[in-house]
Design a protein around this ligand. Structure first.
Ligand SMILES: Nc1ncnc2c1ncn2[C@@H]1O[C@H](COP(=O)(O)OP(=O)(O)O)[C@@H](O)[C@H]1O
Ligand SMILES: [Mg+2]
Length: 245
């Protein structure tokens, strides 16, 4: 069966004033694919993710997600935001809400779903990320790794078709990285479509179907983890791989 891509980016450009940050991105992502985005700081990785749920407006080009054109129509933007969950480096939990309230907030407020159904699902999600016993706790009582796992549960509560992760473990103490990566790997195993900006090369190598190396606003090289890490073609990628060793 030939599937249609769930994400299509065609000749996407993004500028901030005179600074062109994305210089013509072409990318197709298929349902269930896991893609790691790697590259030096400033190469445009975060901007690419942020364009995909319209946190940034693109300057030129086309983005189609699950058949919906990401144009200026607010109906389309809202539709896409429901389908695309995002997890940031800084967990951005609501500090005045308990863990459970954090997870329940968007489905109730945005989707207007029934409170008791939402609560049931939220508790299931907290169990999935290993935090069922923290439901009534406030975020400040949690470690960074626990907060990030709540942030993942909160994104999943919207039943997204796609999950975007922007350096989800970069703000964590090293000993807390793995508990978050394990939750992400579980999502991979369940077949979630994922785009992950990461410095965790072990995740990029072991958990992704495809790795994209970005440099200076373009996709410089893309391939399987084996191709990217063991048979890099471009000199820029070779230099990058040496620099992160
Ligand atoms: N809101 C903004 N205004 C102006 N420049 C920005 C903004 N966001 C990002 N940039 C610039 O865009 C470039 C790419 O940034 P970013 O996408 O964050 O790269 P990466 O995530 O790969 O480190 C950088 O030069 C950054 O300074
Ligand atoms: Mg970034």
């Amino acid at each position: 069966m030939i599937q249609n891509p769930i994400i299509t980016m065609e000749n996407v450009h993004k500028s901030y004033g005179d600074l062109e940050v994305l210089k013509g991105i072409d990318l197709q992502v298929y349902p269930g694919e896991v893609i790691s985005l790697i590259g030096s700081s400033g190469s445009g990785k975060s901007t690419l993710l942020r364009c995909l749920n319209h946190l940034e407006k693109i300057s030129k080009g086309t983005i189609i997600i699950d058949g919906i054109h990401l144009d200026e129509s607010s109906r389309h933007i809202n539709q896409i935001r429901r389908e695309v969950g995002m997890v940031f480096q800084q967990f951005n939990l609501f500090p005045h809400m308990t863990v459970l309230q954090n997870v329940m907030e968007a489905p109730i407020r945005v989707l207007k779903r029934d409170r008791s159904d939402v609560k049931k699902q939220a508790l299931t999600l907290l169990k999935k990320v290993g935090l069922q016993d923290k439901a009534e706790v406030y975020p400040k009582k949690l470690s960074g790794g626990q907060q990030q796992r709540v942030a993942i549960a909160r994104a999943l509560a919207m039943n997204p078709k796609i999950m975007l992760f922007d350096e989800p473990t970069s703000a964590l103490d090293p000993e807390l990285v793995n508990e978050v990566l394990l939750v992400m790997k579980e999502l991979v195993a369940e077949g979630m479509t994922m785009l992950v900006v990461t410095h965790e090369m072990s995740f990029a190598r072991d958990a992704s179907d495809r790795v994209i190396y970005m440099s200076n606003g373009i996709i410089e090289e893309t391939g399987s983890p084996d191709e990217i890490f063991h048979h890099p073609k471009s000199q820029k990628l070779k230099n990058f791989l040496v620099s992160i060793k």
